[in-house]
Design a protein around this ligand. Sequence first.
Ligand code: ADP
Length: 627
Amino acid sequence: MKKKQFKTESQKLLDMMINSIYTHKEIFLRELISNASDALDKLHFRSLTDSEVAIGRSDYAINIKVDKEARTLTVSDNGCGMSREELESNLGTIAKSGSFEFKRDNEQGEDIDVIGQFGVGFYSAFMVADKITVRSRVYGEDIAYEWESEGADGYTVTECDKPTFGTEILLRIKADTEDEKYSEFLEEYRIRSLVKKYSDYIRYPIKMEVTKSRKKEGSENEYESYRETETLNSMVPLWKRTASEVTKEEYNAFYTEKFYDYEPPLCTVTQKSEGTVTYNALMFVPSHAPFNYYTKDYERGLELYSSGVLIMERCADLLPEYFGFVRGVVDSADLSLNISREMLQHDRQLGVMAKAIEKKIKQELSKLMNSEREKYERFFDAFGIQLKYGIYSDYGMHKDTLVDLILFHSSKENKYVSLKEYTDAMTETQKYIYYATGESAAKIEMLPQLEAMKARGYEVLYLTDDVDEFTLKVIGKYSDKEFKNITSEAEDLATDDAKESVKRENEDSKEMLELMKEAIGKVSEVRFTASLVKHPVCLSSKGELSVGMEKVLSKMPGADEGAPKAEVALEINSSHPISNTLKALYETDREKLKKYAKILYSVASMISGVSVDNPLELCELVSELMI
Ligand code: ADP
């Protein structure tokens, strides 16, 4: 029999599709199952208005059959079926399908108008099959038809025998090649896992006869295999159920199983939206960061479903990077599908959903912070740094979203506080939000300036992550209060009287301080201060760049000698006995004074968490003192 040719544009599309559109060959099964499910929907819909159609809701099913010997895989349904004309027009022209029309003005023989999308789901089966046979009978009709094709060179349509209504699609699976093991699609376990992965929430049962094994009757250790029909999909998606009817255990089990976590999530977030875009989202905040979370291997994203059919495993566009830790699924019936199941990125609806999802996550995190503080702190320990990077990145574009979600350790009782809590507790006289940087809270507590702040009763935020100080710089101000590093020179807490007398002292010892500065060679100034309490010396920075920031920048890849340096001053406690020692040495032994200056600078650096440039020199200087 003469083969009918696919319309030319179909042929090209077919080639193109087989070779390039779908990255994963395995999705062909999802496409066939989705079509079958649509066909069941159509018949069911007809049954609602047409009393001729007598089929019970529970009779609908999709069946899968594999025959390894014959190398065939069959997907069948008892849905609406296709007439001869439908077989020709639906399968004979790729573009002419369901939701989209491929417009061509044939009479004029021109103007091929391919607008964006066309249904080619069915044809994806040619990625794994070298021959496809479709047998179909419309419900209520007597005659069935068979459509058959071996790919781009054409197809035939003939009458055939088919005792039941519906559609049966038989694929002859390609022979294995060196690169592709097509035989995997003849393995029961593979089919089962593909159904689970892509089609678990199809509303109709997807059945397959599988081989199982059991103990032989009357035998202790002999087994026999038998065949049994199994429903492979779980059918009802958890996220479609009303949240109040689902138990916490069910949500937790769903999470741990789906996202391979050994711990239940810290919190579960559900969202049902019926605005511009209708969708259900079920999301989770994990209890701990996955092992690869802070590496470039981690891929963020939510699973995206279209009416229960998986479209994308990690849709990154649905989650901003700073909420990248959230796992979950989003299901919408509004997404435009067809070919672009793989090419959704530019979908406008996706943008609308992403915005609403971000808002929801923020809301839930705020709620957690206010009502379940302990849990929130656990969350923050795992993912807080991500939020802080979120503030810092994109030039602070997202700071308003995130600023109230971040916490810092504080000098008061060494517990976490938010910026709101900090500013709410500020007294009228306190002008700034104070912070200090260091490797750990313990190291920060050693800072001489901290002692001074504590003595004055001011609360200080402890910044222990590299990104912290940069984050605060991006935030700029909170509740109209500026941030102030307690090691910055501008922060002089001394009383007016004390300031006045220190000023005089600095003037009187100008030459001595200059000599010390020259000896050290790395500071912009050496001066007396009245801010310190018991500590003899400290380093303080001038201007925007602090010692801590300098340290972080110098660790960055590519930072060499060119990395920016903080401008630092060595401050000497004017009420500490060391002041008098230094002044006396200026009169009696200037060489010794220079050595002392170096020692004091080195120890002040260490206290600030900066390593000493020349530890050997320090060692010599200190030993000299002991001889
Ligand atoms: P799409 O599903 O995206 O419209 P397909 O190429 O997958 O595109 O299918 C083309 C058309 O063929 C469908 O729109 C449908 O009308 C018809 N069709 C495919 N499979 C079946 C089936 N199992 N039963 C009935 N009709 C089907």
